[in-house]
Ligand binder design. Sequence first.
Ligand code: PLP
Length: 332
Amino acid sequence: MNLARFARRRYTAGPTPIERLDRLTELLGGPTIYVKRDDLLGLAGGGNKTRKLEFLVADALAQGADTLITCGAVQSNHCRLTLAAAIREGLRCRLVLEQRVPNSYDRDASGNNFLFRLLGVEQVRVVEGGADLDAVMSGMAEELEADGRKAYVIPGGGSIPLGALGYVACGQEILQQAFELGLRVDHIVCASGSGGTHAGLVAGMLGMGAGIPVTGVSVRHPRDRQEAWIQELAGGTAELVGVRAGIPDDAVTVFDDYVGPGYSLPTDEMVQAVRTLARIEGLLLDPVYTGKAMAGLIDLARKGYCRAGENVLFLHTGGSPALYAYQSALLA
Ligand SMILES: Cc1ncc(COP(=O)(O)O)c(C=O)c1O
């Protein structure tokens, strides 16, 4: 796979570290747990969207855009990072925020919402859960066009094949690092939301013949729906990078047991995972994605799905700015 064929902006100086979590490993008494610190990626506050935006924003610039438009939930990390990338490039940014939980938008909320305002978002439009986000964003792009401006619309989470290239690149980075560290990675576990992260890793690992399974922990959708979507997006991503073999069914695994009552709603296991990682590893997870993904990893390790003797790499996709909007749930 030759990713240098694609235009790319750079927002992170070098590879993110892979660290061994000794205390968590000891606590679980099973597999050895490592973490890939994508929470340390560049742009304001880091996190997985930075890798996707390197390719998406390069495309926006090539198309002569002056404004980025994207969408997400009311505490969207993706919106924060798209806004930060826009600023870095001298572009403007408009956001569509979906109230996936009814009445969840609060103009004065903390966390990412505060950062949207601090970073100087040009416009925020709040819509009800289930709204046609693509249609709302196209409407905004048309309004800008009528004013002589040019918008570039980034679909939710940047989860289209071009964005997922960021996680094909991450897969390449992981293999190179593992080689240098002399580390045999047996398994990768990540949060699976809009899917670009999971799908990009699946496509990348297959394209490189790595033989490393990637397990996604759903943060929103039921297993069947999420697996079908990851399959489709990984297929599109593989095609984009010229990997001819399709994505076999068994390359895509999603667990939906850790979503709880719904997207972004706290679960006891998430709270436990966020507190545990903070208190024994000094590592900040987030309440919506990595907290639930870590709850999944802890449970899967305890159940023997990830076995003793295996090296499991947990992908820390970031999100800690959202912690500040969940203080009462996390310290209750
Ligand atoms: C912190 C964090 N982790 C994981 C994810 C899920 O990544 P993806 O949308 O690529 O599935 C997101 C998505 O917004 C996120 O913000």
